[in-house]
Design a protein around this ligand. Structure first.
Ligand code: ZN
Length: 127
């Protein structure tokens, strides 16, 4: 169990909801400009699995390179929501320790504590 209180989780959820909305608005605006009707419908619609699929496709296509980071952010938020639902939010996926409220306030979708994140990035950089 993470040591986050329900109030802290609620606050972080609000931050992520606001970010989700603004990232999705940017993605939708670009898809709209591309006159990509099929994906536009998927982005506006439910159920959520069609949204996931549409986002995955968008992230892979060259014309949408401009929103790739937005798509990544939305997917990270979806992942965080799933961890909240599963009760594992705020727990480092590498060491199982607490990520910490301060770090989550700065970076609500964090999956790792700061120490493991640094280690992860060092390894990924081939260092
Ligand atoms: Zn850790």
């Amino acid at each position: 169990m993470s040591t986050l209180t329900q109030e802290q989780i609620d606050e972080l959820s609000r931050i992520m909801d606001a970010r989700w909305e603004s990232e999705m608005n940017e993605i939708r605006a670009v898809v709209e400009r591309a006159r990509d009707d099929r994906r536009q419908a998927a982005l506006l619609g439910r159920p959520a699995d069609r949204l996931d699929e549409a986002l995955r496709e968008i992230a892979q296509e060259a014309p949408y390179a401009i929103v790739r980071q937005n798509v990544q952010d939305v997917q990270d938020i979806e992942g965080a929501r799933q961890r909240i639902a599963a009760g594992t939010y705020g727990i480092c996926i590498d060491c199982g320790g607490d990520i910490g409220y301060e770090r989550l306030l700065a970076y609500p979708t964090a999956k790792r504590c700061i120490r493991c994140q640094r280690e992860h990035e060092r390894r990924r950089a081939g260092g």
